[in-house]
Write a protein that binds this ligand. Sequence first.
Ligand SMILES: [Fe+2]
Length: 316
Amino acid sequence: MVLWRNFAKSLRAFPGRLALMVAIPQRVEHLQTDKGSVPVYTTTVVEQPWDSYTDVDHDVWRTLFRRQREILPGRACREFLETQDAMGMGEDQIPKFSELNAQLQAKTGWTLVGVEGLLPELTFFEHLANRRFPVTWWIRKPEQLDYLSEPDLFHDLFGHVPLLMNPVFADYMQAYGLGGVKAHGIGPEALAELTRLYWYTVEFGLINTDEGLRIYGAGILSSKGESFYCLESTAPNRIGFDLTRIMRTRYRIDTFQKTYFVINAFEQLMKATEPDFRPYYSELASQETIPAGNVLASDRVFHRGTGEGWSSAGDV
Ligand SMILES: [Fe+2]
């Protein structure tokens, strides 16, 4: 019903122009989730309406791309920078999904699919389980360069897509999707625990390398401020990856993270995700969640945060 109302509205706005109608993101409703109240969009896969991007859209891409590529060498992991170059993702204009897909399919068998925005969880997991990565087709406005409350094309494409060219990371993303489909069938607690794993790895993960800590999480890679903060600020904790510890750890959606988790290698992620998670969900059912900024005696601490600038509430 809601969907139909939106459809009818866009039809009135653009009578007779079917091509233009797809260039309006279709919000269906707001959903209260563990990420707060988030807009949920139609689950439809859409053709990237590349011809509808304006000069301003391409400028936004160029500005953000240049800015991040200027600061990421020495901060992002080598694999990210190399795969981004290898797939031909450049600054000139918003990339065409079809061109990136040719590279991705040849390398790891992944396919980008265009979507209107955040998807319902099960739909999202099903895409990952089938090696399809949903990418929001629209890009933020020039006045939103530094903050946007929901993922857009820059976050999805610049932040997430390059590492899908890495065979181990690509397998991890699929394993995560398969796990997500299972967790969805188990219940909301399992889903919340699995979502924390995505948050602290795919979105905000750090990796330990011979040259020091480096970024691989897309939420950081697509944010100038957090690219500096996660590595150089003394405020946040940096703690070694521990699967079930992460699954108990709450997180922040409205500020930089209080804690970052550090993996040794992508193989570690893949290995941790291989087992059936059902015994973990049973084990975690009797345990409390951990506030985002806490350090435990059992943690492998790379850096204990000073907590400077942290607000006391807001973990979800
Ligand atoms: Fe993301």
